[in-house]
Design a protein around this ligand. Structure first.
Ligand SMILES: Cc1cc2nc3c(=O)[nH]c(=O)nc-3n(C[C@H](O)[C@H](O)[C@H](O)COP(=O)(O)OP(=O)(O)OC[C@H]3O[C@@H](n4cnc5c(N)ncnc54)[C@H](O)[C@@H]3O)c2cc1C
Length: 456
C-alpha cells in the first residue's frame, strides 16, 4: 500500500496550503483533489468558487506578501464597498484594520488563485493529484500508520496524519466525525450541509461600460428574506461582473411576517424565488429604469462553471475543533471557518490549512486546535458576533443601521468596520449588544464542537 506522512483530502485553498506547509516542513504529503471542470480552466482543478473578494487585512491573515501575488490573479483593485438597504445606503472606504495591502481590497480570478496555490505547494515538494476522489478514511488509533484512505476507484493509501479540507459539503469530514462522536450527537446534525450551509447562485453578466463600477463591491441587504441572505455585484475584468446571492437552504415564505417588505419579493410570490429570478429582479430594480436588462446586461456563457452560471454550497456555520488525538485535522470550509456573515473564507481557509500542514509535518497535531484559534480566532470572533447580531434584521433594521452608520462616518475611528455594523437603533444599544456577544463568544466559545466532546 502506498504510504505518505500526510494525506490531505481536498485541494482548495485550505488543502493546497496544508500540502505546501507540510512539504515545507519535511513531510511526504499527498493532496487529493477530486477535480471539477470549469469553463475558465483547461483541465480539472479544485472547486473554485468564483466570487472572490479579498479585503486588505485578509492578505496578512493569509501570510502573503501582496507583492508576490501574480498580476494576472488580481482582477480589480477596490477602493470601497457599498451596502444598500431598501431606502438607505452607506459606503465603506476603509476596513479600519491594520494591513500591509494598501488598497481597500481586490477581486481576484479564483481559478487562477487556486492554481497558483497548487503551484506553490508543488514547488515546495507536495504531491497534488487531481481527478481522484476520497471515499472514506479508516483510522486505527494503534495502527502504524494510523489511517487508511480509500479512494473512489478502490485504491487504498496509508498515512500517519490526515487533513480534511473537503469544503462545505463535508462528504468525508462528516463520516470521519461520526467515528469519534456518540451516535446521534447533535453536532452531526448541525454540521450537515442542509442545516449548516447556504446556497449561493451567481451569473456572469456583461455590464454597459458606464454602469460597470470596477472599484466597488456592492451588497443589498433587506432585499431578500433569510438570515445572512443578500444579493451582490462583484466586478471582474472590465466590464464583466458577477451578480450573485446567498441564502439559507429550504426556507418557506410563510416563515416571514411581512415577506413583501423585502424589495425582491413580489405580491403574488407563493414561494421563495429561485436564484435566477432574484438576479433578474435585482438587475431590473437597480438598472431597469435606464437599460433593457436582457439586451444590455447579457449573460457571459464562457465563464464560471458552465454557461456563465455557478451554484455552490457555502459553509455558513461556526467552526469546530478537530479530533487531533486521532491524528486528524479539519481545515477551512469543512471546519466551518467561512463567515456566516459575509461569506468570506479564503483567508481563514488558507491559514487554517497552513497551520494544519505544518503541525502534521512536525508530528504536533495536538497543538492544532489551540494554534488555529491563536491565528484566526479574532477574525472568527468578529464574524460570529456580527452574524449573531444581525440575524433577525429585516428591511427596516438595515435602513436604520445604514443611516446611522453613514452619520458616524465623519468620526475619528480606528475600528470603523465594527462600528458600521453596530450602528443600528439606537447605535449605542446595538454596539453594546455586539460587545456582549463578543464577550459571550470569547476564549474560543464560538466553537460549536469542542475537542473534549470526541470519544476515542
Ligand atoms: C458563492 C460564494 C462566494 C464566496 N465569496 C467569497 C469571497 O468573496 N471572498 C472569500 O474570501 N471567500 C468567499 N467565499 C468562501 C470561500 O470560497 C471558501 O471559504 C473557501 O473556498 C474555503 O476553502 P476550502 O479549501 O476550505 O474549501 P473549498 O474551496 O470548497 O475546497 C474543497 C475542495 O475539496 C474537494 N473535495 C471535496 N470532497 C472531496 C473528496 N471526497 N475527494 C477529493 N476532493 C474533494 C473539492 O472539489 C474542493 O476543491 C465564497 C464562497 C461562495 C460559495
Amino acid at each position: 500500500m502506498e504510504r505518505h506522512d500526510v494525506i490531505v483530502v481536498g485541494g482548495g485553498p485550505a488543502g493546497a496550503n496544508a500540502g505546501r506547509e507540510a512539504a515545507a516542513h519535511g513531510a511526504d504529503v499527498l493532496v487529493i483533489e477530486q477535480g471539477i471542470p470549469r469553463e475558465d480552466r483547461d483541465d480539472l482543478g479544485p472547486d473554485s468558487t468564483d466570487a472572490a473578494g479579498m479585503l486588505d487585512y485578509w492578505v496578512d491573515i493569509m501570510e502573503l506578501d501582496p507583492a508576490e501575488i501574480p498580476e494576472e490573479i488580481i482582477l480589480q483593485e477596490l477602493d470601497s464597498t457599498e451596502f444598500i438597504g431598501p431606502n438607505e445606503s452607506v459606503i465603506l472606504r476603509t476596513t479600519g484594520m491594520d494591513a500591509t495591502y494598501d488598497k481597500f481590497g481586490f477581486t481576484f480570478h479564483r481559478a487562477r488563485m487556486d492554481d497558483w496555490m497548487r503551484e506553490r505547494a508543488e514547488a515546495e515538494g507536495a504531491n497534488y493529484v487531481v481527478g481522484r476522489s476520497v471515499k472514506h478514511v479508516e483510522t486505527d488509533l494503534d495502527g502504524a500508520p494510523r489511517h487508511v484512505v480509500e479512494l473512489a476507484d478502490g485504491e487504498e493509501l496509508a498515512a500517519d496524519a490526515v487533513i480534511l479540507a473537503d469544503g462545505p459539503q463535508r462528504r468525508v469530514t462528516l463520516q470521519v466525525l461520526e467515528g469519534f462522536l456518540p451516535a446521534g450527537h447533535s453536532a452531526l446534525e448541525r454540521m450537515a450541509p442542509t442545516n449548516a450551509n447556504h446556497i449561493a447562485y451567481q451569473e456572469y453578466r456583461r455590464f454597459p461600460e458606464e454602469a460597470f463600477e470596477p472599484t466597488v463591491l456592492k451588497f443589498w441587504w433587506g432585499y431578500i428574506p433569510g438570515e445572512t441572505a443578500y444579493p451582490w455585484v462583484f466586478p471582474n475584468d472590465d466590464p464583466v461582473a458577477r451578480v450573485g446571492l446567498t441564502m439559507p437552504i429550504g426556507m418557506d415564505l410563510n416563515d416571514f411576517d411581512d415577506p413583501t417588505s423585502y424589495v425582491l419579493i413580489d405580491e403574488d410570490d407563493t414561494a421563495i424565488p429561485n436564484g435566477a429570478t432574484y438576479i433578474d429582479r435585482l438587475l431590473h430594480n437597480v438598472y431597469g429604469g435606464r437599460y433593457d436588462i436582457d439586451a444590455d446586461f447579457p449573460r457571459v456563457p464562457d465563464r464560471g462553471k458552465r454557461g456563465g452560471v455557478e451554484t455552490y454550497a457555502i459553509s455558513s456555520t461556526r467552526p469546530i475543533d478537530s479530533p487531533v488525538e486521532a491524528g486528524i485535522a479539519i481545515a477551512g470550509g469543512a471546519m466551518g471557518t467561512t463567515s456566516a456573515f459575509h461569506e468570506g473564507g479564503y483567508h481563514v481557509a488558507t491559514r487554517s490549512g497552513s497551520i494544519a500542514g505544518r503541525l502534521a509535518a512536525q508530528g504536533a497535531l495536538d497543538r492544532y486546535n489551540r494554534a488555529w484559534k491563536e491565528a484566526i480566532g479574532d477574525e472568527i470572533l468578529r464574524n460570529v458576533s456580527f452574524a449573531d447580531l444581525v440575524k433577525d434584521y429585516g428591511p427596516a433594521d438595515w435602513d436604520r443601521a445604514f443611516a446611522t452608520a453613514r452619520k458616524m462616518q465623519g468620526e475619528d475611528d480606528d475600528r470603523l468596520i465594527e462600528r458600521i455594523w453596530t450602528a443600528g437603533f439606537p447605535a449605542i444599544k446595538v454596539y453594546l449588544g455586539y460587545k456582549w456577544r463578543k464577550r459571550t463568544y470569547r476564549n474560543g466559545k464560538y466553537v460549536q464542537l469542542t475537542e473534549d466532546e470526541y470519544v476515542y
